[in-house]
Design a protein around this ligand. Sequence first.
Ligand code: NAP
Ligand code: ZN
Length: 421
Amino acid sequence: MSKIQNDGSEALLSSGVKLNEPIDTLCLCTYDESCKFAVSKFKRRPMGAEDVVIQMKYCGICHSDVHSAASQLMKRAKYPITPGHELAGIAIAVGNKVTRVKVGDQIGVGCLVDSCLDCEKCAEGNEHKCKKGSTGTYGGLDKHGRAQTYPKNTPIMGGYTSVHVIHERFAVIIPPSYDLKFAGPVMCAGITMYDPLKVQGVTKGTNVGIVGLGGLGEMGLKLANVMGANVFAISRSPGKKDYAMRCGAHEFIVSTNKDDMKKHEGKLDLILNTVPFYHDYTFYKQLLTRNGKQCILGLHAGIGAGMFINKVSCCKSRLMASGIGGMKNTQEVIDICAKHEIYPDIKVIPVWEVNRVYEMLDSGNKTGLRYVLDLEGTLNEEAVEKVKNEKAPKMLPARTHLNLMGVIKELCWVLCCCKHV
Ligand code: NAP
Ligand code: ZN
């Protein structure tokens, strides 16, 4: 059975975690697509020999959490759902076969908690492209054996939680100098932007456009800047100009302003489009050079079409899509953020504000900030009533069209009009 390396760990004692027993955890979850959150008690699996137990400190709220909790994606979610794939906390216990993580390390968890670890994609650190399918941090079922739940075969609970258990392969080590409250958003927003920038070979002088200045977009501006690119922020919100320039943009394009669009026609080598709702993304093509590419990142029918086109064109087409990144690049991006002191623009909030944040993200994230739950400070017994007394968020009808019919329609449209590809 598993042992801990340091069974005198104060954090472990104060967490109430008992080794070899299922672990009590508080979770912020929703029981249906209304996204009215509640604080409920659940258990996580006992720590295994290759597992790390994390005392959670913070978790970022990604727009994907909103899409998932509100069942705006391919399938209806399995409820109750505890979203969260931007986790940051401290290792309070490690199994006796763990080699990379020590008690006391700052640990992050992103969008993945397991994959087959056998195929060539896993071997190269691209676990997100696992040939047998990777396991997401919440909502799915354990498939390869390293993401077991307690009881078994219940949906995996994500990061809006007090204690988490993870196989060490999926634990990201956050450099000690990096303040944990900023680390969560790097685990999803950071890697989601870094991976395509790296894969597309962005370097000094590449002209990169980032569409949509929210949680992903602002990390895109900062990372593209540090990679040496000429960075163009593309937003429908003129009021975000100062914010964009502070985040590392060199130019600011208001997408609703025809003159602005015209001025930058044909300039960009790469566009990363983070808009979270279905829209005419071909509109941005006018900004691209002849060989320039647009990569869809927002979860709407366009990403489904883009993924299909990636496959048939071996990622050579001008319209493409990208999803998260593997463990190697996730570790790399947090190390880059620590080295260059890149910090996401965040607002730390108590857990009882979660409903309001969902409402605000669902209506278009006008502030552009990443909202981060203060789990250590506010996810406790007292929060149960406070969260319960909050009004349900006012959610708009789903606008992703990310369902089978939506994707088929989108593909037909894109492929019939080859000019879009
Ligand atoms: P977010 O914080 O809500 O920001 C989205 C931004 O998009 C907004 O700030 C806004 O920026 C722009 N926007 C919003 N509504 C719009 C509309 N109707 N038309 C045009 N622009 C609009 O979202 P996020 O967390 O950055 O996530 C963005 C998308 O990426 C979501 O769909 C999320 O699920 C997805 N995502 C994908 C991956 C992946 O692996 N592919 C990973 C994580 C997240 P402006 O005001 O500047 O226009
Ligand atoms: Zn995310």
